[in-house]
Design a protein around this ligand. Sequence first.
Ligand SMILES: [Fe+2]
Length: 162
Amino acid sequence: MSDVVTTIKSSSNPDVAAAAAQFLSQVVIDSQALVLNGKQAHWHVRGANFIAVHELIDEIVEHAEDHADTAAERVVALGLPIDARVGTVAAKTTLPELPAGFQPAEVMVAVLVASIDALLVSVNKAITELGAIDAPSQDVAIQIARSLEKDRWFLFAHIATV
Ligand SMILES: [Fe+2]
């Protein structure tokens, strides 16, 4: 039996870590914003299809939590910190404002679709920019994009006219 010597290091390449942090941080911030606004919408949606939209929004919130966690932990795994404190999320999110109080399902769904679209801009930028730098980080963004596009479809179907 031989001894295994492990070298502890935070990242194999500081440039890779910096790029991952740069582009995945916005994904984390916008995903956390979707968690907060999604819960607000889950509580305040109203209308004849209340229960379907109420439950669907909760699933989308759970997915957004997973996306934030996956993107944040990729950055931390490369050795850099993430700033997703509530003040930072509020200051830096690209998501649109969600109206306060009770709202018809059509309003909540439309704002959440626009919110997913804004998050997808951040995710697609990460996909584009990380492609030549770090495939595993790009893969994180690709998986998030695929999940978000499905959630967008499920939401948009409630307000689509055909
Ligand atoms: Fe709930």
